[in-house]
Design a binder for this molecule. Structure first.
Ligand code: AMP
Ligand code: MG
Length: 711
């Protein structure tokens, strides 16, 4: 078993998306850009179409909807031309009393109910009367020649006299009726040729409604074919739950039920983006050659009708003697391992492999994607959510880009725009001990709670409660989870603190999206998750300016501690390119002196400036060691506020919380964060309390902010 480097999860995800995009690219070559070839039509009940991706545009046939001028009211269809002379007469009347006595009446020459298709509807009706009207109900066809409808409530009259009168209070407005008043004209809701279902769009109930409205049968809808996903469990110890002798075998010492297969089969069914296929169990003792042979047949459709696009196996991928899956894929099947370990808990051994093979007839490459997941059910579930789901979404959604793009552009576009988990920030409701070795993707239950309302609008935040002991065999820890909270690695090698204190906020990858519209989906390039990757591969270094506010002019050991802490929490010397330090004495002139230092040429090449106030709550003003009295330090940390070009209050809040989780006294400080010198540098003003935690916790956001500023 090769020892693979442990890569960050977002990098693993990027790799999966890249290789998936290449696989789609291969398909595109072989199907010659003809999307109908990769589509199917099911016996189209609405239910079977829901969640599927349309393979072709569908347009509303002529004349669109509605296909007739329809009345929106119960009332009388009239001709505007009939009103002209009446209006002239009415306008000439000066006396109000006379106006009140004016009678505007119409001869009712027919009736059309909704659904009627009588002569009166189809032919322009002529009438000998001066002003004719036709009684219409809501939804009825307004006959040709009639161009407005007067609501029944504006009229009086009886059924027998065939005459109606406009009630006097309404005469004036009726006389000024505009054409098409209370009429829904032909094609006004959906014009002819309007695309009611777009290629690449996910079919929702509203599309079923639109298709019905424009009269298109569901049989006409072409949808993208679902990727076929095989699921295989491995392990000598596994007993299938579908096995009749289950009870007996389970009691056999050392055997356990196969949880992963039924779990993943059902998990994948809920995605709606694939066709999960049960490949059963193989024992470790079956031998890698045998397993490879069998899987080769399954993958390349030698046994099944259509083969399999994506294979998920669980177990046998760690370092044990019986862990043979890598050998199966690499030696037995010619697969290429893209990564073999991920820097996360749970699921470290997760391995991603592709197998490419030339089509014997066309010479074009075909690709299979393989996820070899760890055997523990929690790891298998979490990793398939993190990696497999976005892969399948991409395969199913396809890549929306012009046909003549180069492979590189195609892949880049596909990866950037790939749909990934929606993310929210959530506050933890209890202390969490951070893992010292790896970042953790912890299952949490979310609760939406009202928070401070600002300017009268109610705001909400999310509270996250974890699902108990997170042991990777403990399937109960998956129950009730709404998503995965991304917790940093603890300790000095990680975020700088060991315990994430209740009240801190961390990002959560949501299992299900809060929005249904595809335009709202989170895209990989915009995700915070990917942002974390950037921090790991950060090319830009922190050019650090450090201003220490002090009671003494001279530096002391204490200042050295501040400097070391800062550099360490920013990722060590490798991540800090410049370091300019300045001491700033706290005295009567500091209000002007501090801004002067910030803008001075001394700090001109820095991109992040820390104003740190060493505090000492136990010592008197101007006490020893260079620290300044706590009361003074509270005031000093506010001083840069007036010179900020832009304020970053949320980041300041984040820094404070992280600081406080290391040293509760830090909660008393209000950190000031923003940009200075025309947005060319970020300024952070804080105390030295909990400095390591504060800077470690805010590092990613600082990088992002600097990135944004530099573009
Ligand atoms: P492995 O990755 O094969 O070393 O397995 C790690 C742990 O997960 C072992 O305790 C296995 O017994 C367990 N395990 C492996 N496959 C399954 C499965 N399909 N269902 C339940 N537990 C499993
Ligand atoms: Mg095993």
């Amino acid at each position: 078993m090769a020892q693979y480097p442990m890569i960050p999860v977002p990098q693993a995800l990027e790799t999966v998306l890249t290789e998936t995009a290449i696989s789609i690219w291969f398909d595109r070559q072989s199907s010659n850009n003809d999307d109908t070839k990769t589509s199917t039509s099911v016996s189209n009940y609405a239910q079977q179409l829901l969640g599927r991706i349309a393979a072709l545009d569908i347009k509303a046939p002529s004349p669109g909807y509605p296909n007739h001028n329809a009345s929106i009211m119960d009332g009388y269809a009239i001709k505007i031309s009939d009103l002209i002379s009446a209006k002239e007469t009415y306008d000439r009347i000066i006396e109000q009393e006379q106006k009140d006595g004016y009678i505007l009446d119409f001869h009712v020459v027919g009736k059309v109910y909704a659904g009627d298709d009588s002569d009166i509807v189809r032919h322009t009706t002529t009438s000998k009367h001066q002003r004719s009207a036709i009684y219409v109900t809501t939804g009825a066809v307004v006959p040709n020649g009639y161009d407005a409808v007067i609501p029944i409530e504006d009229t009086t009259g009886d059924d027998y006299s065939n005459k109606i009168q406009i009630i006097s209070s309404k005469i004036q407005s009726v006389l000024s009726t505009k054409p098409l008043t209370w009429i829904r004209p032909i094609g006004c809701d959906i014009p002819s040729d309007y695309v009611v279902l777009s290629k690449g769009e996910m079919i929702q109930p509203v599309h079923i409604a639109l298709l019905a409205q424009v009269g298109i049968s569901l049989d006409h809808v072409q949808i993208k074919r679902l990727p076929r996903v095989g699921i295989l469990s491995t392990g000598n110890e596994l007993v299938s739950i579908s096995d009749d002798k289950q009870q007996v075998q389970q009691q056999q010492h050392g055997k356990i039920p196969d949880v992963n297969r039924p779990m993943l089969l059902s998990q994948l069914s809920t995605y709606g983006n694939c066709l999960p296929i049960d490949l059963g169990i193989v024992t470790d003792d079956a031998g890698s050659d045998n397993i490879a042979q069998r899987l080769t047949k399954v993958l390349w459709s030698e046994e099944t009708e259509e083969g399999i696009d994506v294979l998920i196996t669980t177990g046998g991928i760690s370092m044990g003697e019986k862990d043979i899956m890598e050998q199966v894929f690499v030696n037995g099947m010619g697969g290429k391992v893209h990564f073999g370990r991920m820097n996360m808990k749970p699921g470290k051994p997760t391995t991603f492999i592709t197998i490419d093979r030339e089509d014997t007839k066309t010479g074009i490459l075909q690709r299979k994607l393989i996820f070899a997941l760890p055997g523990n059910p929690v790891s298998a579930s979490v990793c398939s959510k993190l990696l497999v789901r976005p892969c399948l979404d991409l395969l199913h959604d396809g890549v929306d880009i012009e046909e003549d793009t180069s492979k590189d552009t195609f892949v880049e576009h596909a990866v950037n725009n790939a749909r990934v988990h929606e993310e929210i920030m959530a506050t933890i409701t209890s202390d969490i001990k951070l893992d010292q070795g790896r970042p953790e993707y912890r299952r949490v239950t979310l609760q939406r709670v009202p928070s401070n309302s600002s300017n009268g609008h109610q705001q909400y935040t999310y509270h996250a409660t974890h699902t108990g002991v997170q042991r990777s065999s403990r399937v109960l820890s998956l129950r009730g989870a709404d998503g995965l909270m991304m917790l940093p690695r603890g300790g000095t090698a990680g975020c700088g603190y060991d315990i994430a204190k209740k009240g801190l906020e961390f990002p959560v990858l949501l299992y299900s999206s809060l929005s249904t519209s595809s335009s709202n989906h989170t895209r990989f390039m915009n995700s915070q998750h990917r942002g974390m990757l950037k921090q790991n591969t950060i090319s830009k270094k922190f050019a650090l300016g450090l201003i220490i506010c002090t009671s003494e002019e001279t530096s002391t050991d204490h200042f050295q501690t501040i400097e070391t802490t800062l550099i360490k929490s920013l990722g060590g010397d490798d991540h800090v390119s410049v370091l300019q330090r300045v001491a700033c004495k706290v005295d009567d002139t500091i209000t002007q002196k501090l801004p002067d230092i910030i803008n001075s040429s001394q700090l001109k090449d820095t991109n992040v400036i820390f104003v740190v106030v060493p505090t000492d709550s136990t010592k008197e003003e101007n006490g020893s060691g260079g620290s300044i009295a706590f009361k003074t330090s509270l005031e000093v940390s506010h001083l840069p506020r007036p010179i900020l070009t832009k304020k970053a209050s949320a980041l300041a809040q984040q820094i404070r919380m992280h600081a406080a989780s290391q040293d509760p006294v830090a909660a008393l400080f209000e950190n000031v964060v923003g940009t200075v010198r025309d947005n060319s540098a970020v300024l952070v003003s804080c105390s030295d309390r909990g400095l390591g935690g504060a800077v470690g916790g805010a590092k990613n956001s600082l990088v992002r902010l600097m990135d944004i500023l530099s573009t």
